[in-house]
Design a protein around this ligand. Sequence first.
Ligand SMILES: C[S@@+](CC[C@H](N)C(=O)[O-])C[C@H]1O[C@@H](n2cnc3c(N)ncnc32)[C@H](O)[C@@H]1O
Length: 281
Amino acid sequence: MQNAFSEPQDINVLMRQGHIYIADIEELCIDLVRKHCRRLGRPVTVLEIGCASGITSQRLARELPEAKIIAHEEYAPFAALATERLRDTRVVLRSEPLSDLREPVDVILSAGAHHHLPSDYLHHARSLLRDDGAFVLADEFCPEYCTAEELAHLSRAPAIHLAHGYVLTSLDEIEQYRRAGTLPARAREMEGRRRRALWHWYRFVVDQAISGGHIEVAVAELQSARDDLVTGEEAEHKLAPSIVERQIALAGFHIARKHVLGPPQDPSLHSMITYELEAAR
Ligand SMILES: C[S@@+](CC[C@H](N)C(=O)[O-])C[C@H]1O[C@@H](n2cnc3c(N)ncnc32)[C@H](O)[C@@H]1O
């Protein structure tokens, strides 16, 4: 963010000040990474996927002196900021495609990146993680919008595939879409509800930012809301936790614990979720 009177500011710094729950998520993630490093009780390697400008990895390097920290960022504008921030630290910054990383790791952290990444990144994350390791996956999801029937269907779905923003749930649906562009009615209905649930959430985030005087954050969130409301927009696509949980299972992970930040009595604002994942046995 920049105006005529100020230096450009790192949006990732501003988000920690003006986006509700982001600073809390960071504290939780650092606690959970620390917990898993202690549990493993050996010199560990921690990989942060989507480190943006490197703020959390910089902290991890300070707080976990025994651990090797690898920070990964493919998005060039953020990788440039991370290069600066991490220059005099012992964090190893990697900016090639995630799929090129090969070194086995003990703990993976990803915060705020899942909804930007292609879902096959989860399979690569599983291949990097040692069998007794942990993956702390935190993100801003779309508050749940699936019906009870859809939840039951999703929990057994043999595949989750995004077809220009529409969620397909079997190889047969994927094949029909590829051949004739046919979408199941369920996929269209879910997308309609996703957009409404999403707007309700973004409105809350923007109201909170404005009332705290964080105008830059409000503007950035309005841009994200605009992108996210466009079906099939790749830069920004938040899905219901139930869909993400199926992606997680299909990639070979088991959800050991789930932490939800938000008003306990209002599930329509349950967007900020942190999962502790382990390898499925
Ligand atoms: C909000 S940042 C993650 C926040 C970060 N973990 C932090 O601690 O500040 C979103 C991540 O999604 C990925 N990404 C991919 N495409 C992007 C895009 N067009 N805009 C922003 N992030 C993008 C990047 O890896 C980026 O680090």
